[in-house]
Design a protein around this ligand. Sequence first.
Ligand SMILES: C[S@@+](CC[C@H](N)C(=O)[O-])C[C@H]1O[C@@H](n2cnc3c(N)ncnc32)[C@H](O)[C@@H]1O
Length: 285
Amino acid sequence: MAIKELLKKGTELLKQNPNSNPRLESQVILSKLLNVDKSFLYAHGDLQVEESLQDEYFLLIDKRKNGYPLQYLLGEVEFFGYNFKVREGVLIPRADTEILVSYIIDYINDNNLMNYKLLEIGVGSGAIILSIAKNCPNGELIGVDISEEALKIAKENQDNLNVSNVTLLKSDLFEVFLNKPIKEKFDIIVSNPPYIDREEMKELQKEVQYEPQIALFGGDDGLEYYKSISADARYFLKTGGLLAFEIGLKQGESVRNILDDLGYRDISIIKDLEKRDRVVVAHKD
Ligand SMILES: C[S@@+](CC[C@H](N)C(=O)[O-])C[C@H]1O[C@@H](n2cnc3c(N)ncnc32)[C@H](O)[C@@H]1O
């Protein structure tokens, strides 16, 4: 079969998945398999593709048709201009999370934080911490996650991106620091914690069901991690230090209240381009 026929058939099949972009995704899958870019597909529509690759192509199209995430199929995703490896066992970084990353990079630059110390709780693929480290290399960054699989992938991404000032540790939230108190406190603590509540967990889009539950479920009300991290972060932040969270769209006021009750100051909710609450930041008094 020729390239253009494969694309036509792939597009038709993917139309059965309402969450897919049939034409674009069949192109992306085929170009990945042939190891060429998309422009090659346009220029060589009549080129015959060998049978074994055709079989592989239809296998991937079939998985995608049934809701398997495109990013896991491709094994990578672009985030903040960098390529991050992903596979089952780690959350696929979302474009929305770039707002949190941009905020922190601007905060470090605007405040001239030289040799800053940053902690991320729940690094996943490393998208947040590695993007910050790439853009603000004069810091010492520590990232923790409870998932060994996530840490393994984050380490691979760290190596691929050539980042040397990030230390990745296995820890249940702040646990790793409890027995071995850190010498210096952090200027910044950041987290995009699991924040989906019990009701929403029942209605997850097919694609999201392939992502690890431990990266999604935030307790009955979706706020468990905000409560716990905000309470403990007080012991690990410098005075005036920044605590920054990504939040679910309806969680702005609840997270603001959690922070307010704990005595944080200068609490702000930051919106995304569609004017939806996305990030909450606060400072330790
Ligand atoms: C929503 S994902 C965020 C991943 C990544 N930072 C991102 O933004 O793409 C939450 C992460 O928190 C981790 N996590 C869940 N419970 C944890 C805990 N008790 N301690 C540390 N990390 C935890 C999960 O394994 C997951 O990688």
